[in-house]
Design a protein. Structure first.
Length: 492
């Protein structure tokens, strides 16, 4: 059961082979046993999980069936959950119990999922390694001395270690796809505006997008069917008819044009990543897809552009944490200004402060035109590169990340080196485009490699279909991390 996909678990629940309460107990026991080593969860809530599971069992007993009814799930601790700590990985919110549910949390609850708890993350989703969390780093189940990626590292590690069959995350510059790649699971960053940002704590609002983690592309389609949809409470939510994200799972790859951007196959890619991705390209060619060379000439500017725009938006979004309305307040202060200063100095970590400083700098009078405005212009050029590419191909394929999971601390002294981890994941959100990461092999050290597929706006079903076809013929996505085998920890 622990290694089953959501699709398989739903079938077992529907046939009454197992109850939701039994399933919740199984995954809870494993989560509790493994979390001391992995630190994937900030909050584990057995009472909530069992209450949700009993409710799901009652719905099943009354004849109701649903692809997520009774399925255990974890939310990234960036999604507000009523009555539960919602910390965003920060000391600033380490005392914040949300009075309401995020749109995503509501939708998943309506679908009948069973909430096991909230997962670890980089502070305010700023990071690529989970090391900036106030709760300490989450660890990679393939090698506990290595990072799981970030910022949704806890969700990725939890799915990889089979603590939960599925989880949610958010991606601003790669935070779903990069940790999915580094932990050997699947993750989808949807088209901007597809998944509600209501109650999803804001980092960079023009980029932030929620999405699912799972073991297979098919599971991601099932999760998206529940997660996505119009929400009047999010002003950038798109009002479109509901779609079935599983509708293209049997897509015919023959004739599909897959673009290989030369910018994604250049220098700086680890040989193990290169080899696995090249092999996946050959698989798609054998399956009948046609590979074409495309160019994304401005992609090399994506990281610098992102590190102007994202901090600018963050500096504005994070101004709400003032120690007054909610969150951490300094115990001692001289006057009001001192209270703000001390509360923010104590509540935010180093990386968050760095971003606030950069953000206020690039927005300040005299620098706005030179940095922020310029970055917005280049952002448009990057989007135009993609628009041009879609005239020649249906999908773009490349590595998700230039390397596999790195040791804890390896990039801590060099923020730019850390930022370069996202060189292949940042372009898509700058253009609002969807991106999928699926496992495609291992490097020589036995660490998972992620393959990224990107498409035009609203091409999620096609991306998931291409991923599903690949997964019907390969089993990379079903491999288990060696540090968390099924027979250690509780549960089987
Ligand atoms: N690593 C990137 C950053 O630190 C992306 C994070 C994200 O997608 N939330 O901003």
């Amino acid at each position: 059961m622990l290694n089953a996909t959501v699709a398989q678990l739903a079938r077992a629940l529907g046939r009454r082979e197992i109850s939701s309460v039994e399933l919740a107990r199984l995954f809870l026991a494993r989560t509790q046993a493994l979390n001391a080593g992995l630190n994937a969860f900030i909050t584990i809530d057995p009472d909530r999980a069992l209450a949700d599971a009993r409710a799901a069992d009652a719905r099943i007993a009354s004849g109701e069936r649903g692809p997520l009814l009774g399925i255990p799930l974890a939310h990234k601790d960036i999604f507000c959950t009523r009555g539960m700590l919602t910390s965003c990985g920060s000391r600033m919110l380490s005392n914040f119990v949300s009075p309401y549910d995020a749109g995503v949390v509501e939708r998943m609850a309506r679908a009948g999922t069973v909430l096991l708890g909230k997962t670890n993350m980089d502070e305010f989703a700023m990071g690529s390694s989970n090391e900036s969390s106030w709760y300490g780093p989450a660890r990679n189940p393939w090698d506990l001395a290595r990072v799981p990626g970030g910022s949704s590292g806890g969700s990725a590690a939890a799915v990889a270690a089979r603590m939960v069959p599925a989880a949610t995350g958010t991606d601003t510059g790669g935070s779903i796809r990069q940790p999915a790649a580094l932990t050997g699971v699947c993750g989808l960053k949807p088209t901007y505006g597809t998944v509600s940002r209501y109650g999803m704590i804001a980092y960079a609002s023009s980029l932030d997008q929620g999405g699912p983690f799972g073991k297979s592309a098919e599971d991601l389609a099932i999760l998206m069917n529940a997660m996505a949809g119009f929400d009047t409470r999010d002003s950038t939510s798109l009002e479109r008819p509901d779609e079935d994200y599983a509708r293209s799972l049997d897509v015919n790859l023959a004739g599909l044009r897959i673009g290989l951007p030369e910018e994604f196959f250049g220098e700086g890619i680890e040989p193990g990543v290169r080899r696995a991705v090249d092999e996946a390209v050959r698989w798609f060619e054998k399956a009948g897809a046609k590979t074409v060379r495309v160019r994304l000439p401005n992609a090399r500017l994506a990281v610098p552009v992102y590190y102007v725009i994202a901090p600018a938006e963050a500096s504005s979004n994070l101004s709400r944490y003032d120690g007054v309305r909610y969150g951490h307040r300094a115990a001692e202060y001289a006057d009001l200004a001192d209270m703000y200063r001390r509360s923010r100095a104590e509540g935010f970590g180093r990386e968050v402060k760095r971003r606030i400083l950069i953000g206020t700098y690039v927005l300040s009078h005299g620098y706005y035109d030179a940095y922020y405005l310029q970055a917005q212009k280049v952002r448009r050029l990057i989007a135009q590169d993609f628009a041009e590419a879609w005239r020649h191909c249906d999908l773009i394929l490349g590595p998700t990340s230039p390397g596999t999971a790195f040791p804890l601390g390896a990039n801590s002294d060099d923020p730019v080196k850390m930022y370069l981890n996202d060189i292949f994941t940042i372009p898509a959100p700058l253009a609002g485009l969807p991106g999928l990461s699926i496992p495609c092999g291992f490097d020589e050290a036995g660490l998972p490699v992620g393959l990224q597929l990107m498409g035009d706006h609203f091409s999620e079903a096609l991306l998931l279909g291409a991923g599903h076809r690949y997964q019907q013929d390969t089993d990379w996505h079903l491999r288990m991390p060696r540090e968390t085998p099924l027979d250690t920890g509780a549960g089987k």
